[in-house]
Design a protein around this ligand. Structure first.
Ligand code: HAM
Length: 506
């Protein structure tokens, strides 16, 4: 590297990774208000907060969300959590025989996953070992060493781990692992945290985004559970003053009726294949329901004439869907039925829903959810009912900001700026700042001495309401000067009086 290039590299500006962003004050005040409101509203519905790790086993998501879904097939951040322990075969600290034994032990101990590629790699390693033996010696030539090393490098040591793309699977895993089926059912849990999907970033779509997720696990699958979960998120949105909220609901049937409907849909789609675009043509075979999601203009008229799930639900699912709507009516929750509502995750059955809000453009779903009976069982737990939702917090905030909700800018300005001058005044200023902050006031204490004029200018810039002027005179007399910055008026207070006075100002 040339000297110039090296210097340039040194000065390189680091930027947030594509699709991630910093959320700054004052906007963070709005995030805090949203999360605080979630804690309050969800508590009134009997939900408790759970915190789950961001790192989870890749298989957890492949099994629950579905290996063929976009989220799992294309969007997860996955890496191998390298196991420490087995020496590098390159330096042959152990013989090839011992090395192969150690690999087999690690497979047995679950330290190396039994995947097809690992089994293939292990077979390759063994055949290299046989070759050593055929040569009649464990002492290998350079070429044989190299081949053995290459075969060893094919083995994936350690677990495949992914950053959570959603929370439902992790919450179900935690339910099983912590034996929550032994608690009074249902167990109502919620969590707030970052999620990761490698999607094409755009307004309202990020690679690190935040969800507020709620799940009801265990107990009954009564339609009232679905309705109450929906009522809770609608109450939360109302409390926040979210505008243009629209709830879209659907029933996607269960394992009795949905496969038959999907086959019917596929058969009908094949008949009109030539009129569809390339994406939809592909989906006829892979996932015909996703065609219903299409936004392609020319396909809309065709889609309108396709068979609708609502006409093909089995009696139980049809009755359940009716009951969910009745329960929503009883709670005064307004909804729109949308037979084209298809969720992008495999675990749903029966009730599914999405909520849209104002000011979001094409990424306007601010919440998605539904029922997922059977997911806990699929993950190795007992048969368990499940229903829940996740709110996209970034989109929720975006909608609030776009519709004029202030990020509460003023809350970060100090109430009081302490303009101090002189050694003695500094000691008093530190004590005053401590006492005032303990009483709950926002106080700015400048770290270096400033002339009063400069200090007052700074107080103004920061948007402080008051300046407390502390100089030698004030400290000696015990009479502190409080200046109201808006009108320049001044008054003298003793320390206790000042506290009382400020309390009245809030
Ligand atoms: P989801 O529809 O994949 O469902 O995500 C829920 C919400 O997360 C979306 O409606 C959207 O607001 C937000 N979201 C998703 N991807 C992004 C992104 N890349 N950028 C910004 N926001 C995004 C689930 O995740 C299910 N686990 C919901 C659930 C819980 N179902 C039952 N329980």
């Amino acid at each position: 590297m040339s000297e110039g290039a090296a210097k340039k590299e040194e000065r390189r500006k680091f930027q947030a990774i594509k699709g991630t962003r910093d959320i700054l004050p004052p906007e963070t005040a709005l995030w805090n208000r949203v999360e605080q409101t979630a804690h309050e509203v969800f508590a009134t519905f009997g939900f408790g907060e759970i915190r789950v790790p961001i790192l989870q086993m890749t298989d957890l998501f492949a099994r629950s969300i579905g290996a063929e879904t976009d989220v799992v097939a294309k969007e997860m951040y996955t890496f191998v959590d390298e196991m420490q322990g087995l020496p590098d075969p390159a330096n042959f600290a152990i013989s090839p025989d011992d090395y192969v034994d150690a690999v087999q032990e690690a497979v047995k101990a679950g330290e190396i996953q039994v995947t097809n590629s690992n089994l293939r790699a292990l077979a390759g390693l063994k055949s290299q070992l046989d070759m050593f033996h055929e040569r009649g010696s464990n002492q290998s030539t350079e070429e044989a060493q190299l081949k053995f090393r290459i075969a060893a490098s094919q083995i994936q040591f350690g677990d495949s781990i992914s950053l959570e793309p959603e929370a439902t699977a992790s919450v179900c895993r935690a339910y099983i692992e912590n034996n929550m089926q032994q608690l009074p059912q249902p167990v109502k849990l919620y969590c707030i945290g970052p999620m990761f999907r490698r999607e094409r970033p755009q307004k309202g779509r990020y690679r690190q985004f935040y969800q507020i997720d709620a799940e009801v696990l265990g107990g009954t699958d009564a339609p009232a559970i679905d309705a109450e979960v929906i009522e809770m998120v609608m109450t939360f949105f109302e409390r926040l003053g979210l505008e243009g909220v629209q709830l879209h609901i659907n029933s996607i049937g269960d394992k009795n009726c949905r496969p038959k409907y999907v086959e019917l849909l596929r058969a009908e789609l094949r008949k009109v294949k030539d009129k569809l675009g390339p994406d939809s043509q592909r989906r006829i075979e892979t996932n015909p329901q996703r065609v219903l999601d299409s936004k392609v203009k020319e396909e809309q008229a065709i889609i309108e004439n396709l068979p609708r799930i609502g006409d093909h639900l089995c009696d139980e699912c049809a009755e359940n869907y009716k009951a969910v709507k009745r329960e929503l009516d009883m709670r005064g929750v307004k909804y729109r039925e949308n037979w084209r509502l298809v969720r992008g995750l495999d675990y749903y059955m029966r009730t599914t829903f999405e909520i849209t809000a104002k000011g979001l453009g094409s990424q306007n779903a601010v919440c998605g959810g539904g029922r997922y009976d059977g997911l806990v069982e699929l993950l190795g737990g007992p048969p368990t009912k499940g229903s829940g939702f996740a709110i996209g917090e970034d989109r929720l905030i975006l909608s609030l900001l776009e519709t004029g909700h202030s990020p509460l800018a003023t809350r970060h300005s100090p109430l009081l700026y302490i303009a101090w001058m002189g050694e003695k005044a500094y000691t008093t200023a530190i004590r005053a700042a401590k006492n005032l902050r303990n009483a709950g006031f926002r106080v700015e204490l400048p770290p270096v001495e400033q002339k009063f004029g400069k200090a007052l200018g700074q107080a103004d810039k920061l948007g402080a309401r008051f300046a407390l002027i502390l100089g030698d005179n004030e400290v000696t007399s015990g009479q502190w000067t409080l200046k109201t910055l808006a009108d320049g008026s001044q008054a003298k207070f003793t320390e206790p009086d000042l506290l009382e006075h400020l309390k009245k100002q809030l």
